[in-house]
Design a protein around this ligand. Structure first.
Ligand code: KG4
Ligand code: ZN
Length: 334
């Protein structure tokens, strides 16, 4: 029987219906209101989730061709994320599940990004290495089963997407920055400016993006407003190349250290074309599989939460009525 999944951890209101690993619908409503603030405003996000969860859940059911009576469990992101935003999704899930006495399955958002790779078509089976890079997280996950993952390395400061969004803001591109930086970088020369590629000499698998961001601040200061506008494409290309190089160098190092037969990606930054191309090349060189998950399953979505829920602990009615969301800490990882 189908499962309804809800994801509201940040600024996207998402609902999906899954039948096992098959996605019957996957509806995403992105909140455009944050653009004028240059980033996600938590209070604004929560209020919009309140308005959008009802219609988005209805749209997911309509697209799947069923009503709530056709659902046998409700999955929801429990964390990590913005607490007010998470609570809207959790309360909605409880309100749908409780009157019907359906089980509720709390899922971990990061497990969701990994679990997007378990979905049809061509689901990937563990073991594999998964690079999760989003606006809130950047980590390398060692995935040996469906139930969780081991954090092999993570960012010590900014997430890759967070750094990209800040760079986009400095270049006057608006929010979210990733797709705009990618588009602008196509017309730029990545070698026109020198950006530091952090952590490549560090022997571990951790990441750091704050130095890169600071480098851009200084370059922009030296160029002045007009200079930045003139050279925006070169700046975008150089910045993006430095982010990609750091991410790929850590994937390479993780492959040197472990016997991983496949590499997968997750998180919004995994939608980036040059990153995908670089990881694909690396996998080709090593003769291992590169699992290319569809872009709409990389950025935040509820299908990935439904996928994680298939391998998470369901809570029976009424045990979940007092269940709380959590803002930080990878509760679902080991
Ligand atoms: O996973 P996600 O949708 O939400 C979080 O959990 O954070 O990731 C959003 C992040 C944003 O920082 C956005 O700028 C970045 O993913 N992003 C991209 C691209 N598309 C989205 N970064 C680089 N290239 C892209 N094409
Ligand atoms: Zn995410």
């Amino acid at each position: 029987m189908p499962l309804l999944a809800i994801e509201t951890s940040c600024d996207d209101t998402c609902a999906a219906v899954l039948d096992g690993p098959v996605v019957l619908s996957n509806v995403i409503s992105s909140q455009a209101e944050h653009e004028r603030y240059g980033g996600v405003v938590p209070e604004v996000a929560s209020r919009h989730h309140l308005e959008l969860t009802g219609p988005v859940v209805q749209a997911a059911l309509d697209e799947a061709g069923m009503g709530l009576d056709g659902i046998d469990s409700v999955a929801v992101t429990a964390g990590p994320g913005l607490i007010g935003a998470l609570l809207v999704g959790l309360s909605t899930a409880k309100a749908i599940a409780a009157p019907r006495r359906l089980p509720l399955i709390p899922a971990d958002h990061l497990h969701g990004h990994v679990a997007a790779n378990f979905l049809e078509p061509e689901p990937l089976e563990p073991p594999f290495l998964c690079l999760v890079a989003s606006g809130g997280h950047t980590l390398l996950a060692g995935v040996t089963d469906h139930e969780g993952f081991e954090v092999l390395g993570e960012t010590l400061d900014d997430a890759a997407g967070e750094a990209i969004d800040k760079a986009a803001r400095m270049l006057g591109l608006g929010f979210p920055g990733g797709p705009r930086i990618e588009r602008l970088a196509e017309d730029g020369d990545p070698d026109a400016f020198t950006f530091p590629v952090a952590m490549t000499r560090d022997p571990g698998l951790n990441f750091s993006f704050s130095g890169l961001k600071t480098a851009l601040v200084y370059i922009c200061r030296d160029l002045g407003d007009e200079g930045v506008a003139d050279r925006a494409a070169d700046l975008a290309a150089g910045f993006q190349a430095a982010v990609v190089e750091q991410l790929v160098s850590k994937v390479k190092r993780a492959l040197d250290r472990g016997d991983w037969p496949a590499v997968a990606l997750g998180g919004g930054v995994a939608a980036n074309g040059p990153l995908r191309a670089a990881v694909r090349d690396l996998c080709d060189q090593r003769g291992i599989q590169f699992k290319e998950v569809r872009r709409e399953l990389c950025t935040d979505n509820a299908a990935m939460i439904g996928s994680a829920a298939r391998f998470s602990q369901p809570l029976a009615y009424p045990d979940y009525l007092g269940f709380d969301a959590f803002a930080t800490g990878p509760r679902g990882s080991r």
